[in-house]
Ligand binder design. Structure first.
Ligand code: MN
Length: 245
């Protein structure tokens, strides 16, 4: 079980990192697919990411029920994660955030596109999921299996879906990749918004540039450098490097 223990500690580090970088606040969450059973995933009980400790990490099935017999209060929106893992076996980690900078693009007809080099991690196409389309008036949250599946359908093979008037959901082929996507997405949105205010012609990242940027894949040495930096800033390097001598 040493491997599972290490993964749980990395997930705790991811919670602390996202909070420290301002991607999540009281709300928002991050999960990982279970390293031993692809039909399960790991997610904290209902606690703000900055406060999450290893004991908070629970194991869930894709129907949102717990697979570890624990009775702790789960996140209402755990179905976001259920849908994403169920729909795509390549998805190894999921982030849900209410980051302010992306919200204008979730309610406007102007699509969010990559405009800075770090924004390319989010992929070329960023669809918007509108709960209104299929479910009419709701709390706007993803609170059941059907809503989670519908969000996953909008996400498709993309890496990010915005959620109208709510936030975004990002998926990664690794925990590091989903952190990279989630941290730079609001920065990309901020720069794009500033450029739109500035006026004039805006030059976005080209498909050719996107393809070259993507050659690195989901891991690599460069990502390790960022992870070390984010963990150090968040004071959680001991979680990220748990078990390493
Ligand atoms: Mn939410």
């Amino acid at each position: 079980m040493a491997d599972l223990d290490k993964v749980i500690h990395e997930l705790v580090a991811a919670n602390r990192i996202l909070a420290n970088e301002g991607v999540v606040d009281a709300y928002g969450h991050v999960s990982m697919r279970h390293p031993h059973d692809p039909s399960l995933f790991l997610l904290s009980c209902s606690r703000s990411p900055e406060l999450v400790v290893p004991e908070d990490i629970m194991t869930f099935r894709f129907d949102g029920t717990t697979a570890d017999g624990r009775k702790d209060n789960p996140y209402l929106e755990r179905f976001i994660h259920c849908g994403a893992y169920e729909a795509n076996p390549d998805v190894m980690a999921v982030v849900h955030s209410h980051a302010l900078a992306v919200l204008p693009f979730s309610i406007s007809s102007v699509p969010l596109v990559p405009v800075i080099h770090t924004g390319t991690h989010a992929g070329e196409h960023i669809p918007v999921w509108d709960s209104q389309d299929k479910f009419g008036d709701t709390s706007m949250l993803v609170q059941n299996v059907e809503q989670g599946r519908d969000l996953a359908l909008t996400l498709g093979k993309n890496r990010v879906a915005l959620m109208r008037g709510h936030g975004f959901t990002a998926v990664g082929r690794s925990l590091g990749e989903v952190l990279k996507i989630s941290i730079y997405l609001p920065q990309n949105a901020q720069v794009y918004m500033d450029a739109l205010r500035l006026g004039g012609t805006i030059k976005c990242v080209t498909p050719g540039e996107m393809a070259i940027r993507d050659e690195g894949g989901p891991g690599g040495r460069e990502l390790g450098r960022a992870l070390d930096y984010w963990a150090h800033r968040a004071g959680c390097s001991h979680y990220l490097h748990y078990g390493k001598k």
